[in-house]
Design a protein around this ligand. Sequence first.
Ligand code: SF4
Length: 295
Amino acid sequence: MYFLSDVEHKYLLHQLLPTAREVGVSKELRGWSWFQPPLKPYYGDVKLPMYAVSSKYCPTGRDVYLRNVENVRPKLGPKVALGKMFHGVVSDCLQAFLQRKSLDFETWWLKIRWDEIPEKPENVKEPSREVWKFVSKLCEARLAEVSSRQPYASEYDVIASALPFLVEHRISGELLGLSGILSLDCYDYLHAIMFDLKVNDERREWYRLSPVGYALVFESVHETPVDICCVVYLNVRKGKVSVQKDLFFADDELRQWWIEERDKKLEIVAERRDPGKPERSQCLESCMFFDACYG
Ligand code: SF4
């Protein structure tokens, strides 16, 4: 899932990294400059989750107002359910390999708390099984490959080299005006790539905001530069798993865009200001707050 193909690896080595080294990132846009503008949050008392800052499903940000000021509960649909399921499958399957736990899909399935998944189990079981099989096969192949190249390496070393991932890593975003209990999808610590998983086919430019936000948070806490980010688009169609990657340089422009979004959303909540609705045609009926806005 978070493994780069040969072509992606070439793109990383010969295009993205040379560009990142040549162009660089302005020092005031590194996460470790959190104590000064423009990264210093203006509204110090408000803390938001990453999805509130990085989501642009609602063009005006009214979803953030409804959820965080009016305390309206979002109406979760089947797309959200599939997203939750696939995130759970990918992270739990990877964690099992990382922690050398023996865990099969059926055992994992029995532990799901269905009150948190707004969908019937039978509608998501088979696609989830396919993703589990896919992730397991990738991990087994990578472990076998690294082990065959380094026959004297310990099991721990083989895992650390073959699966160099911090998965669902807990980190505080408080220095940047975010929640103190963020959880990032995956950080590859050997290649310094911040990954974000999307259960969707449709590419959107603003999906880049979330991994860029996590890169900034990581820099603010660990003071380590994170120049490369990747959105992983995961889907299952007719029983076949599809994975597409958007690998990119987290440059100044994207960092500034994320800061603008953060400042706009923090202001909405701190000032308790309803930003209003956009043109009706821009509101999808699948929006989690559609009933609250038009019901
Ligand atoms: S219905 Fe429209 S205005 Fe309301 S939250 Fe959704 S996108 Fe925003």
